[in-house]
Design a protein around this ligand. Structure first.
Ligand SMILES: Nc1ncnc2c1ncn2[C@@H]1O[C@H](COP(=O)(O)OP(=O)(O)OP(=O)(O)O)[C@@H](O)[C@H]1O
Ligand SMILES: [Mg+2]
Length: 253
């Protein structure tokens, strides 16, 4: 398997500066900075409860930080009105920590859901074409009429990914895409993430604890520790790092 493609240097698609967010006395983000460039996969590593999910929820303004700035595709996310925010969110795919499929809907209906919500693809034929395309992309064309309960965990994860892709996002935020899967299925998801980066030229932030993600999918790794971006580097740089926090992670990965 090829590793992560080298992204073209240049355009910044996400820029986070000085993010602070506390829940009462629980100071989660304490001045977090991160940049994401077009075509690049950045992995965010951090121990459980360090604020990784909080961080990516801030990017799509599901949570509003107490201080700091968030720029996505050139727009100042925190000052957008609701319409502008909705339009921006169409360009950002969000793969939640659980795949969050609707159990009462078939795979096809689950995939159509974001199209309907955003008034995209109005005719039956347009919808079917898009559903076909993403189902084929994740290798599950035969599951169209199945219900989530009839799928394995790995398949549900893929359908979750297909649902994220159907809007053709420029940016994808992955919250632990391989957690809870066996190593082989996890690796298949990593391959899929790489394939999507290549085919759709998506830029991604991937939250993960998975060594395969670090090794194969991440162009760069950022370590969230005590509310800040403690250190950044490639997988090789992390492996060779003397930083005690980095070392602790790589021993357990
Ligand atoms: N809506 C919320 N209200 C109050 N506290 C919250 C909320 N969301 C998250 N937190 C707190 O923020 C901290 C960071 O949570 P977060 O979910 O970002 O952790 P995480 O790094 O994603 O952990 P994990 O690896 O277990 O998913 C935790 O202490 C959590 O309790
Ligand atoms: Mg989390």
């Amino acid at each position: 398997m090829e590793g992560a493609v080298r992204p073209p240097v240049g355009e910044r698609v996400i820029s986070l500066r000085g993010l602070h967010l506390a829940f009462g006395s629980n100071k989660v983000l304490q001045g977090f900075d991160l940049d994401l460039y077009r075509g690049e996969n950045v992995m965010v590593l951090g121990k459980s409860g360090s604020g990784k999910s909080v961080l990516i929820k801030c990017i799509v303004r599901l949570l509003v930080p107490d201080a700091g700035t968030i720029e996505v595709l050139g727009q100042d996310v925190l000052s957008l009105d609701q319409d502008q925010l909705d339009r921006l969110r169409v360009k950002i795919g969000f793969l939640f920590q659980s795949s969050a499929l609707y159990d009462s809907m078939t795979v096809q209906e689950n995939l159509e859901f974001p199209l309907r919500r955003h008034w995209i693809a109005n005719t039956r034929q347009q919808t079917d074409t898009l559903v076909d395309e993403v189902l084929t992309a994740v290798g599950l064309a035969h599951t169209r009429d199945m219900y989530p309960s009839e799928l394995s965990g790995g398949m549900r994860r893929r359908i979750g990914l297909a649902r994220t892709l159907i809007l053709k996002p420029e940016i994808v935020l992955y919250d632990e895409p391989t957690t809870g899967l066996d190593p082989i299925t996890g690796k298949e998801i990593v391959e899929l993430i790489l394939q999507l980066q290549r085919v759709y030229n998506t830029s991604s932030i991937i939250i993960s604890h998975d060594l395969n993600v670090a090794k194969l999918a991440a162009n760069r790794i950022a370590l969230l520790h005590e509310g800040v971006n403690h250190i950044e580097g490639t997988y090789q740089q992390f492996l060779a790092s003397d930083d005690p926090v980095v070392k602790r992670f790589f021993i357990f990965m």
